[in-house]
Design a protein around this ligand. Structure first.
Ligand SMILES: [Zn+2]
Length: 95
């Protein structure tokens, strides 16, 4: 189900410019943001910076995965008290 390349969620806010492949167009303000100089150095860091700077509210609504995990500690104290063994002392007179 998963493709080889992880698709970043940034692409729900940007789309690659049809004119310049090295740039991504912001879907909100239609600004072209550079993705890097070469195709190998393409990254989404500039796009994230643009989003946080100009459309931070859009990012907040996108990430609604707030998971608060509460760990329940279960302390089981084994109250194992050593039971005193009752030994019956038979006094046998084996003489
Ligand atoms: Zn923008």
């Amino acid at each position: 189900m998963s493709t080889s390349k992880h698709k970043s969620t940034i692409w729900s806010h940007f789309e690659i410019s049809t004119l310049d492949n090295s740039k991504a167009t912001c879907l909100y303000c239609k600004e072209n943001v550079s993705r890097g100089t070469t195709s190998k150095s393409y990254n989404t860091s500039n796009l994230w910076i643009h989003m946080k700077r100009h459309h931070n509210s859009e990012l907040d609504t996108a990430s609604t995965s707030k998971t608060t995990t509460q760990k329940t500690k279960r302390d089981e104290e084994g109250g194992l008290q050593p039971q005193p063994k009752k030994t019956n002392n038979f006094v046998r007179d084996n003489r």
